[in-house]
Design a binder for this molecule. Structure first.
Ligand code: HEM
Ligand SMILES: *[C@@H]1O[C@H](CO)[C@@H](O)[C@H](O)[C@H]1NC(C)=O
Ligand SMILES: *[C@@H]1O[C@H](CO)[C@@H](O)[C@H](O)[C@H]1NC(C)=O
Ligand SMILES: *[C@@H]1O[C@H](CO)[C@@H](O)[C@H](O)[C@H]1NC(C)=O
Ligand SMILES: *[C@@H]1O[C@H](CO)[C@@H](O)[C@H](O)[C@H]1NC(C)=O
Ligand SMILES: *[C@@H]1O[C@H](CO)[C@@H](O)[C@H](O)[C@H]1NC(C)=O
Ligand SMILES: *[C@@H]1O[C@H](CO)[C@@H](O)[C@H](O)[C@H]1NC(C)=O
Length: 349
């Protein structure tokens, strides 16, 4: 029963793929290797509204979900480009990125991505990629939290592979500034992008294990991180006692935890950044990041403008376009092969 209905939906996808290929050929060089904001204007005009609606609903039960969703886009884009590779589950051919250290028991929101995909498959079958869902969800999450909105560049396609090894190398909270800068420049992002995008820590949560190195014996000094405000230090010690549960979460922005604003930056100026990688942006004396933090603290409009520019840049990291990759029907798995010689489909599950 189940097998049969899966097969028929996959089969109509194969027909559709041929249709799409034709459109792409007619479109010629217009779409070649280039994302555009109008990509779904005729094929799925309501895509953003549908994504927004589902996030809005999810936010009622989980104030953190928008933050979780933008982080998925970041972790997708930094590993082999924005190709939805992060969303693939383990399988015979996939060693999932979800289980890499920076993601395992940390990356979240996959269920909401699946809900979005299901709604989009009903509204516009086999049209919107999972990689684009993450890009749209990131934008809608920011705007729903009071941040800027922008026109999202679209037309990404989904990978058929994942790379756990590359996901292990995602930027980590105890890395120093030169190392973080290097990881950003490796994907074409500069220091302003690093500071602006770190501003996404204006909402969402982090587990004790991601910052408790700062609380008791920082770098083997026997003392806490000196760039941690002592008032905030006491609060954090209460939340994350020594030898306590390191999966307990706290707000990344203690001032306005669920609002997308520039309080993340003003927090850094009074030594109230949660992660070491956050505080370094202000506390690395002499670094160009300090002036950028000062500017974003003084002028939220400037932060929002930079954030939008940097998000679009991040969303442009080596996407699959044209006929590369596929439009996954289920974000958690690669499409079934649809070239069965007897015209029937065989699910691998
Ligand atoms: C600069 C390098 C970065 C480092 C080292 C870093 C590190 C982290 C860590 C350790 C967490 C907490 C995860 C957990 O405890 O489970 C986190 C959460 C988060 N990160 Fe980053 N991050 C960085 C950049 C970014 C960027 C570029 C974005 C998006 C544009 C982003 C968005 C978020 C959000 C929204 C959360 C909260 C997620 C939630 O509540 O589920 N981060 N990050
Ligand atoms: C991911 O976390 C789970 C526990 O939730 C653990 O069983 C699994 O081994 C971890 N995966 C990797 C690759 O470490
Ligand atoms: C996976 O990522 C690692 C680390 O970036 C890289 O060395 C390796 O070549 C990648 N593997 C594939 C199959 O692309
Ligand atoms: C702090 O860590 C260092 C190095 O790991 C260790 O030698 C020292 O005993 C620790 N100090 C305290 C107070 O735990
Ligand atoms: C620590 O935070 C308090 C407010 O809670 C602030 O008055 C003080 O200036 C901060 N300390 C530093 C060193 O920034
Ligand atoms: C704040 O930044 C915006 C955008 O960059 C700029 O147009 C505006 O003049 C700035 N405002 C102030 C008071 O500097
Ligand atoms: C992927 O794994 C998640 C969590 O285990 C599960 O909810 C989801 O249904 C899986 N998706 C597929 C396609 O197997």
């Amino acid at each position: 029963m189940l097998q049969k209905s899966m097969s028929s939906s996959s089969s109509s996808f194969c027909t559709l793929l041929i249709g799409l290929l034709f459109v792409v050929l007619l479109g010629g060089s217009l779409s070649h290797g280039q994302l555009r904001t109008t990509f779904y204007d005729t094929t799925c005009p309501k895509v953003s509204k549908i994504v927004r609606g589902i996030i809005k609903e999810a936010l009622k039960k989980d104030a953190r979900i928008g933050a979780s969703l933008i982080r998925l886009h970041f972790h997708d884009c930094f590993v082999n480009g924005c190709d939805g590779s992060l969303l693939l589950n383990n399988s015979a051919t996939i060693e999932s990125e979800k289980e890499a250290l920076p993601n395992n028991n940390s990356a979240r929101g996959f269920g909401v991505v699946d809900d979005i995909k299901t709604a989009l498959e009903t509204a516009c079958p086999a049209t919107v990629s999972c990689a684009d869902i993450l890009a749209i969800a990131a934008e809608e999450s920011v705007s729903l939290a009071g941040g800027p909105s922008w026109k999202v560049s679209l037309g990404r396609r989904d990978s058929t592979t994942a790379n756990r090894t590359a996901a292990e190398l995602l930027p980590g909270p105890t890395e120093d500034l030169p190392s973080l800068k290097k990881k950003f420049s490796n994907v074409g992002l500069d220091t302003t992008d690093l500071v602006a995008l770190s501003g996404a820590h204006t909402f969402g949560r982090a587990q004790c294990r991601t910052f408790n190195n700062r609380l008791y014996n920082f770098s083997g000094s026997g003392n806490p991180d000196p760039t941690l405000n002592t008032t905030y230090l006491s609060t954090l010690k209460g939340i994350c006692p020594q030898n306590g549960d390191t999966t307990v979460v706290t707000n990344l922005d203690l001032t306005t935890p669920d609002v997308f604003d520039n309080k993340y930056f003003s927090n850094l100026k009074v030594l109230k950044g949660l992660l070491q990688s956050d505080q370094k942006l202000f506390s690395t004396t002499g670094d160009e990041t300090v002036a950028i933090v000062n500017k974003f603290t003084a002028n939220q409009t400037a932060f929002f403008a930079s954030f939008v520019v940097s998000m679009i840049k991040m969303g442009n990291i080596s996407p699959l376009t044209g006929t590369a990759g596929e439009i996954r029907l289920n974000c958690g798995k690669v499409n079934d092969d649809c070239t069965g010689s007897d015209g029937l489909l065989y699910s691998s599950t």
